[in-house]
Design a protein around this ligand. Structure first.
Ligand SMILES: Nc1ncnc2c1ncn2[C@@H]1O[C@H](COP(=O)(O)OP(=O)(O)OP(=O)(O)O)[C@@H](O)[C@H]1O
Ligand SMILES: [Mg+2]
Length: 228
C-alpha cells in the first residue's frame, strides 16, 4: 500500500448473510486507475462493490478504501467514506427525458445542494470539462448518483476519489454507453479519480481497454492471472 492506493483489500472474505461469496480477495487500485469488474451473474461483483462502500460489513481480512479502514468503520464514519465516493447503479430510476443539465441538478439536489446559481456554475464547469454542454444524453446514468443507501449522498459533482459503478450502462444503447465511458474516463484522468466499473458488456471492454478484474468460482482474479 502506498500514498497512491485508493483501494486495498488483503485476504478478505465477503459474505451475503452466511453465504461466503468471495474468499481470499486481494485487490489494489491506485488513484486515477480505471478497472473493469467482470464475472458471471451471481459471481459476487455487486457484493464486492458493496463491501467497498460499506453496504456489506467486512469481518474477515483487511480492507481500506480512501483511507478508511473497512473493518473498524463505525456507523458514523460511513458517510465520511461515502462522501469520497461516487456510486452509480444501473437500477436507479432513469430520467431519460431530461437533459444532462437537468439530471445534474436533480443529482445535486439529492446531494443536498439548494442554491441554484451555485448548482448551475458547478454543472457548467463539469460539462465544459467533458464537452457535453448543451447535449441531451438519454439515460445519463452516471449523473444519477445522488442518494446511496441510508440517504448518504455522494456523486460525480464532488470529484470523488473513487467511482464505483455497478453495471451503469446495462440499460443503455451502445452509443450512449460509449458516451458514458468517455465521460467517466475523462473525469478519471482529469481528477485523478479511480473507477471500478462492473459490466457484462464485452463490447465496452473491447472499445475502451483497461485493467480487468474477474470474479470467478468464489475468487477475484486480475485478468492476466486467469488461465483461459
Ligand atoms: N441480499 C442478499 N442476500 C443473500 N444473498 C445474496 C444477496 N445478494 C446477493 N446474494 C447472493 O450472493 C451471491 C453473489 O451475488 P452478487 O449480486 O454479488 O453477484 P453479481 O456478480 O453482482 O451478479 P449480477 O451479474 O447478476 O449482478 C449470489 O449467490 C447471490 O445469490
Ligand atoms: Mg450485480
Amino acid at each position: 500500500m502506498t500514498e497512491h492506493t485508493i483501494v486495498h483489500l488483503s485476504d478478505c472474505n465477503i459474505y451475503q448473510q452466511d453465504n461466503l461469496v468471495l474468499q481470499h480477495v486481494n485487490l489494489n487500485i491506485t488513484k486515477g486507475e480505471f478497472v473493469y469488474l467482470i464475472g458471471k451473474t451471481g459471481s459476487g461483483k455487486s457484493s464486492l462493490l458493496k463491501t467497498l462502500y460499506a453496504a456489506l460489513p467486512l469481518n474477515q481480512g483487511k480492507g481500506t478504501v480512501a483511507g478508511h479502514d473497512l473493518k473498524s468503520l463505525s456507523r458514523r464514519s460511513i458517510p465520511l467514506l461515502r462522501r469520497k465516493l461516487g456510486i452509480v447503479f444501473q437500477d436507479f430510476n432513469l430520467l431519460d427525458d431530461r437533459s444532462v443539465e437537468a439530471n445534474l441538478v436533480f443529482a445535486l439536489r439529492a446531494m443536498g445542494w439548494t442554491d441554484m446559481a451555485k448548482m448551475k456554475a458547478r454543472i457548467n464547469e463539469l460539462l465544459e470539462r467533458v464537452d457535453l454542454k448543451g447535449k441531451t444524453i438519454k439515460c445519463p446514468t452516471p449523473f444519477r448518483v445522488g442518494a446511496t443507501a441510508g440517504g448518504h449522498c455522494t456523486g460525480l459533482a464532488q470529484s470523488p476519489q473513487l467511482i464505483i459503478a455497478d453495471e451503469p450502462t446495462g440499460n443503455l444503447d451502445p452509443e450512449t454507453s460509449d458516451e458514458v465511458l468517455l465521460l467517466l474516463r475523462k473525469l478519471a484522468q482529469e481528477n485523478d479519480t479511480a473507477v471500478l466499473f462492473a459490466t457484462h458488456d464485452y463490447r465496452i471492454l473491447e472499445n475502451f481497454p483497461a485493467r480487468i478484474v474477474r470474479c470467478h468460482n468464489g475468487k477475484v482474479f486480475d485478468e492476466e492471472d486467469v488461465v483461459v
